[in-house]
Design a protein around this ligand. Sequence first.
Ligand SMILES: [Fe+2]
Length: 452
Amino acid sequence: MAVSTQMEPLRLTVIVDLYERVRAQTMRIVDPLETEDYVIQTAEFMSPPRWHIGHTSWFFETVLQACKPNYCVYSEDFLFYFNSYYEGFGARIERPKRGTRSRPTVRETVAYRQRIDELMLEFIRSLETHPQATLVLSLIRLGLEHEMQHQELLVYDIKHLLADLYQPQIKPMPPSAPNVEGMAEVEGGLFWLGYGRELSGDGFSKNYEFAFDNEKPAHQVFLQDFAIDRALVTNGDFLEFIRDGAYQDYRWWFSEGWETLNREGWQAPLYWENQDGQWLIRDFQGVSPAESKANEPVYHVSFYEASAFAKWAGKRLPTEAEWEKAACLSGTGTQRTAFPWGSGEVNFERANLFENSHWGVVPVGGLLDGANGSGCQQLIGDVWEWTSSDYVPYPGFKSEFDEYNDKWFVNQKVLRGGSFATPQLHIRSTYRNFFHANERWMISGFRCARDV
Ligand SMILES: [Fe+2]
């Protein structure tokens, strides 16, 4: 298929610009690291930073291999070390062993990254005459969205590796905010769940230029009337749960959760430390009494902990359809919009995402401009929110890229809304993240719902 020479130069400039911005942002995240930090693996579930910066380049090298005529691979060893889980791309190192090697070195990995960037930029600029330019551009956009996912994973992994020893430029939080209380009642009925351009509201947000295949197709679901918390569950709320003996009380827990809690010795969320009977929270800012952060959303909780809290509180977690409806209800709620605040673009006042550079959560009520029409706050940004929904394909799902989303549709739960480590361009109300019920090293929090 020939590509229009009238339109393509403009699109190519846009993709070159996006490519350069996204690739540079990854390197800004690792910039405060010392060389030794890049190669250490502190848990089986995390990856050394060196691996992330190589793997995101490996992803673009697979595009070059598939689409650039006569492309010669950079290094067979690198293909082995930097492949993540793709069976279709050959043998790879096992994930828990990514930190057992000192080669490729950090210097070699950065050189690999720079070489892939040179080749990619040259390749993008040559696409005007490529017979499959549209397909290639969609793969490049996927590669950039993939890189944004890894930027967020880098934040999780660097926190596990260094916590407050990592010293990025942290911007101050917005001033303290009014209390946000109660639950919003939402009318049920038929609801269009999922991604469709026509559903993203009257204005078109750039965050809806792209969506993953797992957000499609939009389809109707029936919802009962429900109520959903206006605020995220806070550290203060969670302290009450802990002090009520909930980690020692099987009644609140799913059987699997209870087993996990006992096996792992959980007594509080990850990164909470008990010192002489007082709970402290360690984060990028340092160590603080949990009491001093009582008004901040709790995070680093597993699905098991979120579900147990909801049961203890006499509530439940929302389904992903309920969550999405709340996140698309601006104004009177009669018309669906792209975001809780309407169809305007994401900005610093509406959502706490990576570019806000807080490296932490904003206190409840700190971002009033991001509320939906019923006063639900912080639906977008701050913490990924656990839902009760299983991560399964929507009816009519068609895989757009082998082994990307389609092979994970079993035994995981859906989280919604993005976190303070999610890049601003990367989030939509329809975005479906997914993790296992026991995982909690990611920025995972929640709000509750109930039947009405
Ligand atoms: Fe990946």
